[in-house]
Ligand binder design. Sequence first.
Ligand SMILES: Cc1cc2nc3c(=O)[nH]c(=O)nc-3n(C[C@H](O)[C@H](O)[C@H](O)COP(=O)(O)O)c2cc1C
Length: 120
Amino acid sequence: MSFFWGDPTPYVEKAHKAGIKVCDQVGSVSAAKRAQQSGADFIIAQGVEAGGHMAGTVSTMVLVPRVVDTVAPTPVVAAGGIADGRGLAAALALGADAAVLGTRLLATTESNAHEIYKRK
Ligand SMILES: Cc1cc2nc3c(=O)[nH]c(=O)nc-3n(C[C@H](O)[C@H](O)[C@H](O)COP(=O)(O)O)c2cc1C
């Protein structure tokens, strides 16, 4: 169960009791601390390069190592502007355990996004 833009604390225990893993997507170190305190199983550190809604104002490359250092040993997933293997390698080098790719998959033939959106 993935949370974003808000405090997941009231829902984490219920999700865990139902056998569901929880992640919280955050855009700042302070929100990452809150996510860890909530009991989230892993945290997505979303940089300002990300498509869709954003929670923070810091770039992925700056945010990810700060979140990693703050919440260790909670696993961290990097998000924002990662679109290929090089980006994944960079995220791992920054200490992330994985990466989220959103916009890159939106631009695939399998995606139902509008053609003009895909071309842009
Ligand atoms: C069209 C679009 C819609 C999105 N909607 C959501 C959403 O509803 N909830 C959410 O947590 N993240 C949403 N995201 C953000 C992704 O979870 C992720 O942070 C982002 O796609 C990563 O950056 P990237 O787009 O540069 O790969 C959305 C992203 C895109 C591109």
